[in-house]
Ligand binder design. Structure first.
Ligand SMILES: CC(=O)SCCNC(=O)CCNC(=O)[C@H](O)C(C)(C)COP(=O)(O)OP(=O)(O)OC[C@H]1O[C@@H](n2cnc3c(N)ncnc32)[C@H](O)[C@@H]1OP(=O)(O)O
Ligand SMILES: CC(=O)C(=O)O
Length: 535
């Protein structure tokens, strides 16, 4: 099987992304995770740039890596300065790594404008810096900055820059689409020229400004590149870098090209989410392969075919990359979406019977009123369960009254008084809160806590209100979405009304009812597991 080395630059180019700043501790955690994943190279940062990156290389010495080689990043020496006198080059050696990646100019425009030096001096800067680092026994990669733009402007000079790095002894020449604007066929043509011209390995480093970084990386590999640089989740300067969470499965699953150990492919989702968590960013739901929506099916036509043969609407089996199939419920659902959900919940369903048609019609009507069941799985499951003969409501509302008081220089105050029925008992209770929904939540929990002691483990994670028809001003219908959690799971519920309190009550009551139902299911499952184990 042909193979490609994966070179990760999340800790360097990834941190050049707007909104990302990793602490030294974060960088160490990510480096360990990437090593576990089997990446070949991890670029830890630019030690000549800042104390944090220098500290990272110092602290990482006490960790050992199973798979990856750590690389330090830097530039070629400054013009008219010997490599050994250049602070940035000295910092590369001081970092203690065995692999250095230096970037150098290959576009004549950059030499004259950015560096303000001569074309000949730039070639000497490249050659000297590589050979100096090689003389210290390092593996040296040359990142040929702006190589594709440079080649388009002045092919002879761009190739001369590669040759200077080769003469210095570079181990791999990495062609960079620094401005990220090249097209796949340009990449193919130019990589092929470099591969033919130079007898040392070629790599690719593509930016995503034309949204083609992954395509360009794959094209470069198909044209002879043997090292693919990129970042986890595509983080990087401006629009980002080639996303390794797409590059790796594309190489493996579409082209049969070996990268990380095959068995680690199934950890791709977990790794992607881990890195976004450490970077304090929400995972991108729509990210190919690893996003939660990557295998989420909504249209009834799709789900119908999928149930017959998953290949009809999935380009790969989701489990190959550690993802899973999801079916969404909405006004675009058909009977097949319901069938899938009933199976998922272990509920019986007669496709030909009247119940499915009635529920489907109800969902479509409720969505027309503004409900959204996608993301509100709690409300949807309750709707399905209520249609079953054996469903018993855990509680029902008999009446509720709210008082809100606002006085100058005092925080707003709210009190909820509710009458709740549980079986044949009626509980009448009151509670305060800092707002009406908070007071309602407290009153409901107070009323239910003696019947359902587990209610204390449920907490509100998020509460969102969306106005559905702005033109009606303060009289518009609103949709309330509540996200509730119990420390292990979280679930969404929804309510819609022209009255924000009523919409909030619907979402809140569903969130508690669904939490109680979930708790009941977990208890049932664990007692059946215990009895199966003979306990
Ligand atoms: C394509 C890439 O993504 S490369 C990586 C880019 N990443 C970063 O820039 C993040 C880290 N950078 C830094 O911390 C700082 O920019 C430093 C420490 C490297 C340099 O800081 P300063 O000395 O204050 O210079 P400043 O940032 O203003 O300008 C960059 C200098 O590097 C020079 N330079 C740029 N590329 C190269 C190169 N390949 N070889 C040598 N010098 C270079 C520029 O000509 C400029 O020099 P000048 O100050 O004489 O004009
Ligand atoms: C080296 C690098 O990050 C680039 O050229 O984009």
């Amino acid at each position: 099987m042909p193979s490609v080395k994966i070179y990760d630059t999340t800790l360097r180019d990834g941190t050049q992304a707007e909104g990302i700043s990793l602490s030294c501790e974060d960088k160490i955690k990510i480096a360990q995770r990437l090593d576990k994943m089997g990446f070949h190279y991890i670029e830890g940062g630019w030690p000549g740039s800042n104390p944090k990156d220098a500290d990272f290389f110092w602290r990482i010495r006490s960790y050992s890596f199973k798979n990856a080689r750590l690389a330090a990043f830097g530039s070629t020496r400054r013009a008219k300065l010997a490599a050994e006198s250049d602070d940035n080059v000295k910092a590369l050696l001081a970092s203690g790594v065995r692999c250095a990646t230096i970037f150098g100019k290959t576009w004549d425009l950059h030499v004259t404008k950015s560096l303000g030096t001569t074309l000949a001096e730039n070639l000497a800067m490249i050659r000297d810096t590589v050979s100096y680092l090689k003389s210290h026994g390092l593996e040296v990669f040359f990142d040929a900055e702006h190589f594709f733009d440079g080649y388009k402007a002045n092919p002879a000079y761009a190739l001369a820059a590669l040759e200077a790095a080769a003469e210095g002894g570079a181990d791999t020449l990495v062609l960079c689409d620094t401005n990220g604007g090249s097209l796949p066929l340009e990449i193919k043509e130019i990589v092929e020229v470099a591969v033919q011209r130079l007898s040392i390995p070629i790599g690719i480093h593509a930016h995503n400004d034309g949204e083609l970084a992954v395509a360009n990386t794959i094209m470069a590999v198909q044209s002879g590149a043997s090292q693919a640089q990129g970042t986890v989740n595509g983080y990087g300067e401006r629009c980002g870098n080639a996303n390794l969470c797409s590059v790796i499965p594309n190489l493996y699953l579409k082209l049969g090209i070996d990268t990380i150990p095959r068995e680690n492919l199934a950890h791709l989702v977990e790794m992607s989410h881990y890195v976004s968590e450490v970077a304090n960013l929400s995972p991108d739901a729509r990210q190919p392969y690893v996003g939660i929506s990557a295998f989420a099916h909504k249209g009834g036509v799709h789900v119908s075919a999928l149930l017959k043969e998953p290949k009809t609407y999935e380009h790969i089996e989701p489990e190959l990359v550690g993802n899973h199939r999801r079916v969404l419920i909405s006004e675009l659902s058909g009977m097949s979406n319901l069938l899938y959900k009933y199976k998922e919940m272990n509920l019986g369903f007669d496709r030909q019977g009247p119940e499915g048609k009635r529920i489907l019609a109800e969902i479509k009507e409720l969505e027309n009123q503004g409900f959204q069941f996608e993301g509100s799985e709690g409300s949807f499951e309750l709707l399905m369960r209520k249609a079953q003969d054996n469903y018993t409501e855990p509680f029902s509302l008999e009446a509720l009254r709210l008082l809100v008081e606002m006085k100058e220089n005092n925080p707003a105050y709210a009190e909820a008084i509710i009458k709740i029925r549980v079986g044949d008992q009626v509980v009448h209770t009151a509670a305060e809160g800092n707002g009406p929904v908070n007071a309602l939540d407290h009153a409901l929990r107070k009323a239910l806590k003696d019947f359902y002691p587990n209610i204390g483990s449920m907490h509100l994670n998020d509460y969102k209100v969306r106005v559905l028809d702005e033109k009606d001003g303060t009289g518009a219908s609103v949709r309330v979405h509540i996200e509730t959690g119990d420390g292990q799971n979280s679930w969404g519920t929804v309510g819609v009304s022209q009255n924000i309190i009523e919409a909030s009550w619907q979402a809140l009551a569903d969130s508690i009812a669904y939490g109680l139902l979930k708790g009941e299911k977990t208890n049932l499952e664990s007692s059946s597991e215990k009895s199966a184990a003979g306990e």
